[in-house]
Design a protein around this ligand. Structure first.
Ligand code: SAM
Length: 213
């Protein structure tokens, strides 16, 4: 997500309680901290609508948002702080998910969400894709045995690439749709990017992978 740098972002994030400054210190303790049995992690929250609304919809489950861009993260966290009843089931990490494995204990996460991840179309940049094998190896470590990854995208090339990356890493394709919003899915919040693509009439691709059948 490209946006101008917000001069107040860094200081705001440093002071916001919901932002975890040293996530590695919480490895193995997230469920206790959020008083939950099911832990969700969204990588690349953008401005935070999905993280916030899903946490409200599933208030007895834990929701951690991750975003590397400090200005975008600050907008997400500001939205959270303006809520009338900000959930105690939410925490935020403003950092690059390239270190995600060090922030969670083995098998600690139940569901990982990738919504409209940057497509990085040039081949030499494919390693930055959040469904690149280097990320998948880390996800495999932090997800529990029955854990799953839910991905949505508008980008057919990224979708095809992701299907192959997960297949080659030995994951099971649990669910797949090339037009997810053809039917109503009240269980899943529409993200900022998703709204834009739906308005243009573009189909939304979605896949769910599990580590085992
Ligand atoms: N998920 C939101 C949505 O659907 O509206 C935002 C989509 S936006 C295209 C992708 C977001 O992922 C950007 O804000 C970007 O900064 C973030 N992102 C990309 N790579 C990341 C990484 N390695 N770690 C954390 N965030 C990342």
């Amino acid at each position: 997500m490209r946006m101008r740098k917000l001069p107040w972002a860094e200081e705001f994030l440093a002071e916001a309680e919901v932002v975890v400054k040293k996530p590695q210190d919480n490895a193995g303790k997230w469920k206790q901290l959020l008083a939950c049995e099911t832990l969700h992690v969204e990588v690349g929250t953008g401005k935070g609508d999905y993280w916030i609304q899903m946490a409200q919809q599933y208030a007895d489950e834990g929701w951690i948002g991750i975003e590397k861009n400090s200005s975008v993260a600050a907008l997400a966290v500001r939205k959270y702080t303006k809520l009338e009843n900000p959930g105690k089931n939410m925490l935020y990490i403003q950092n690059d998910a390239e270190s995600i494995q060090s922030w969670f204990a083995e098998g600690e996460v139940d569901v990982l969400h990738l919504n409209f991840s940057d497509p990085w179309p040039k081949k030499r940049a494919h390693k930055k894709r959040l469904s690149n094998r280097k990320f998948i190896e880390q996800y495999a470590h932090i997800l529990n045995e029955n854990g799953e990854i839910q991905m949505k995208t508008d980008n057919s090339s990224l979708f095809e690439y992701s299907l192959l990356e997960f297949q080659n890493a030995g994951w099971f394709l649990w669910d797949v749709s090339v037009d997810f919003r053809r039917c109503e899915h009240a269980e899943d919040v529409i993200t900022e990017y998703e709204h834009r693509f739906m308005e243009k009439g573009q189909p939304i691709y979605r896949a769910v992978w599990k580590k085992k059948m």
